[in-house]
Design a protein around this ligand. Structure first.
Ligand SMILES: *Cc1c(COP(=O)(O)O)cnc(C)c1O
Length: 490
């Protein structure tokens, strides 16, 4: 069964799709054939989480020889709880906690697995090159990728972050990273400057003869890689299985999911779960003030020409949601030419519009809500006071959207909100929301919050303050290329 590009008739198997990350024509890999082939989803329900992961990943990535071993290596002993992603009842909703991994963000679920997939794919295809991961991060991806790839044989990882553009906690997480194959470097400028410089460097270095001769291949840890998307399908089944196990629903009943969205990867994984048979009724896309997805899902017009807002949920401050391309491909009947034309409109005009029939197909499943900064903060406060649950700003956007949605549909279908980060990763807005003075540094704020709420601080965050800073490189964005070449010794 093949993976195909969303922009041409290029195709490859799942090993190659994981190794290349993006198709040579600029499209993303997807396999409509795999998503529609029979999958015994009922047999997954009730299994331990790692067994669910094995069954689902073997179906989605069928060319990998020993998925059992890869899943064990990726997850065993790395998360706070053995079931990886606990489901908790919060008021009249359920919250699926995806932040119990090594860096306290949901990206750990996928980035624990990706290095295993890349290493296995290289072994099976006889690829002996060193894989060099180049990543620009606005905070969470960088640390989760460092944690996943450090000391993985045959790989090297270089992370660039905007100098002064990530939170002090996020910076501390990255610059204290140990490992013989890691480099972390600050780039003067904002995240866009940093990302543009890294993308340009990627393209230039990738085309260099010297890179091949040195036995190195570039790759990315971004959610355009199908190897990052596939592991995220698992926790939708896990949440459903927990609801069945607690007798909240019967096998076959429908449920709804609310997903705080940025690049649209997390929510798309929920759609894959639905295509595999999981009884998902609606997927509710929750956005912050950067409401480009809300507007698209209500009008069919995707328009990135708009002001960009910095919010307290920075991982969702995004105006180009790359994974939407995969949904568009499925919704237009896998018409690569049509997708190519939308994407070319997006890059030339900054917008594209889909036909009413395409929008209809999408909105049968996808609903959309957005949330202001003020509402985000008040939702954190209210959820804490009323339900005794402390959430981070990204999760708060989801909880607010869930409330709005439930007021509209008014029925008893259970609603699960995906929680994407620990509240301790964003101590300033959380302090403000629960009535603590926002003073001192973030480590002080973390202490204050835990004193007031009694919610335990994840170990990886509480140990940060005493850790040694190992990476102090700061460069201009024009120097990114030179930096990479020097690290690679070419
Ligand atoms: C990345 C991220 C998101 C957005 O997920 P997408 O897959 O990009 O839609 C939401 N919350 C947090 C905390 C994140 O790190």
């Amino acid at each position: 069964m093949k993976y195909i590009s969303t922009r041409s008739n290029y195709s490859c198997n799942s090993l190659q799709a994981v190794l290349s990350g993006i198709s040579p024509d600029g499209g993303l890999f997807i396999s409509p054939e795999i998503l529609s082939s029979p999958f015994d989803w009922r047999s997954v329900i009730g299994q331990p989480t790692l067994e669910m992961a094995r069954l689902i990943l073997s179906h989605l990535l069928p060319d990998f020889n020993d998925m059992e071993d890869l899943v064990q290596k990726a997850y065993r002993g790395k998360f706070e709880t053995e079931d990886l992603t606990p489901l908790v009842k919060v008021g009249d909703k359920y919250v699926l906690e995806l932040f119990r991994g090594p860096t306290s963000a949901f990206k750990d679920v996928a980035l624990s697995m990706l290095p295993q997939l890349i290493t296995a794919a290289k072994k099976q295809t006889g690829d002996k090159d060193e894989t060099v991961i180049l990543t620009a991060t606005s905070g969470d991806t960088g640390k989760a990728a460092l944690e996943g790839f450090h000391d993985v044989p045959g790989t090297r990882i270089i992370v660039f972050y905007p100098d002064g553009g990530v939170s002090p906690i996020q910076r501390a997480q990255m610059v204290t990273q140990e490992g013989s194959n890691v480099r972390v470097c600050a780039v003067r400028g904002n995240f866009d400057d940093c990302q543009t410089a890294v993308k340009q460097t990627f393209a230039k270095v990738n085309a260099m003869e010297e890179l091949k001769n040195a036995g190195k291949t570039l790759s990315s840890a971004n959610s355009i890689n199908i190897g990052r998307l596939a592991p995220q399908v698992v926790y939708y089944f896990k949440a459903y299985s927990d609801l069945v196990g607690e007798n909240r629903i019967s096998l076959g009943d429908q449920i709804d999911f609310v997903v705080p969205s940025g690049n649209f990867g997390d929510i798309l994984a929920g759609y894959f779960a639905k295509l595999l048979g999981l009884p998902v009724r609606h997927l509710i896309c929750a956005s912050n003030e950067n409401r480009v997805l809300t507007d698209f899902l209500t009008t069919g017009l995707y328009d990135r020409q708009r002001p960009f807002y910095r919010t307290s949920s920075p991982s969702m401050d995004i105006l180009v949601s790359s994974n939407l391309e995969r949904l568009l491909f499925l919704a237009c009947g896998c018409d690569a030419e049509q997708v190519r034309s939308w994407m070319s409109d997006l890059s030339s005009k900054g917008s594209f519009k889909v036909q009413a029939s395409v929008l209809k197909r999408i909105t049968d499943t996808f609903k959309a809500y957005c949330c202001t900064e003020k509402e985000t903060i008040s939702t954190i406060g209210e959820t804490y006071r009323k339900d005794g649950y402390l959430c981070d700003p990204h999760t708060a956007v989801g909880i607010k959207a869930a409330g709005d949605y439930m007021n509209k549909v008014k029925d008893n279908v259970p609603v699960v909100v995906l929680s994407t980060a620990s509240p301790y990763k964003f101590p300033a807005p959380v302090s403000e929301a629960i009535g603590l003075p926002v003073s001192g540094d973030e480590f002080f704020q973390i202490e204050q919050i835990s004193k007031k709420t009694g919610v335990p601080v994840p170990k990886n965050l509480s140990s940060l303050e005493s850790k040694k800073e190992l990476h102090d490189d700061v460069i201009d964005r024009t120097a990114v290329m030179e930096y990479v070449l020097q690290v690679l010794g070419i």
